[in-house]
Design a protein around this ligand. Structure first.
Ligand SMILES: *[C@@H]1O[C@H](CO)[C@@H](O)[C@H](O)[C@H]1NC(C)=O
Ligand SMILES: *[C@@H]1O[C@H](CO)[C@@H](O)[C@H](O)[C@H]1NC(C)=O
Ligand SMILES: *[C@@H]1O[C@H](CO)[C@@H](O)[C@H](O)[C@H]1NC(C)=O
Length: 208
């Protein structure tokens, strides 16, 4: 009797292992990182992706989450190709950037801290940025998204704003610093018709 139940137990364990093997292999093939518990449907509906074309060290696809209730929408009329993504100076973007000439007409990269997401977006817009990407570079060990909500500042934001995971933000900043580059070249958003989600080249430094 005991023998039978042991055998049964082993069988269950075997099935469970097989299941986790299938699940892990499947996610690996998809190469998607859903650490924040979102489903693929939610990604398609809410989040979007940009890709870095240059420098080659950063040539991956990055997932971003649009601000929840401020900023212009990332709608069909918003798509930019081969545009510089420029880290602002000073990095928190709470005052007009010293590198205004670089930011103007491009996408501003701003670090989280010192003032609200909305204030950063308003300042980036005034500097002439086409969009703003904000990332929590200081807390870069965490792989999660932060919802950027309105802070009740009466001023409106008329450019799209999105949040980038801290870990990605840090790698982008570090790599640009190392290469002594003032910007990266991006496409935003990635054309999902052309590149299906499962074929995206996600950064190797993210999880699993
Ligand atoms: C996209 O959003 C912008 C800014 O709100 C708006 O001017 C434009 O008409 C929108 N385009 C479409 C296709 O919805
Ligand atoms: C903004 O205002 C709304 C409505 O007055 C309020 O419910 C909300 O808590 C406020 N949010 C912040 C961040 O102050
Ligand atoms: C995306 O790619 C498809 C297929 O190449 C193309 O038909 C479509 O116009 C592209 N969309 C944008 C916004 O570039």
């Amino acid at each position: 009797m005991k023998r039978t139940s042991d055998l049964f137990h082993s069988f269950i364990l075997y099935v469970l292992n097989l299941c986790s093997y299938v699940i892990l292999t499947h996610s690996g093939a998809n190469n998607l990182h859903l650490m924040d518990g979102t489903s693929t449907a939610e990604i398609i509906n809410g989040d979007l992706f940009f890709e870095i074309l240059d420098p080659v060290e950063l040539e991956y696809t990055y997932r971003i989450r649009p601000a929840k209730d401020f900023g212009a929408p990332f709608n069909e009329s918003f798509h930019i190709k081969n545009v510089p993504l420029v880290p602002v100076h000073p990095k928190y973007g709470c005052k007009p950037p010293d590198n205004l000439d670089d930011v103007e007409g491009n996408v501003a990269f701003v670090e989280r801290g010192e003032c609200s997401f909305k204030t950063k977006s308003i300042i980036a817009e005034k500097a002439g940025a086409k969009a703003v990407i904000i990332s929590d570079v200081d807390n870069s060990n965490e792989e999660y998204f932060i919802e950027m909500i309105d802070d009740n500042t009466s001023e409106e934001v008329n450019i799209p704003a999105a949040y980038l995971m801290g870990k990605n933000g840090l790698m982008i900043i570090k790599t640009l610093e190392k290469l002594r580059r003032n910007y990266a070249i991006i496409n935003l958003p990635v054309n999902l018709t052309y590149t299906p989600v499962h074929r995206m080249n996600q950064p190797p430094w993210l999880g699993w």
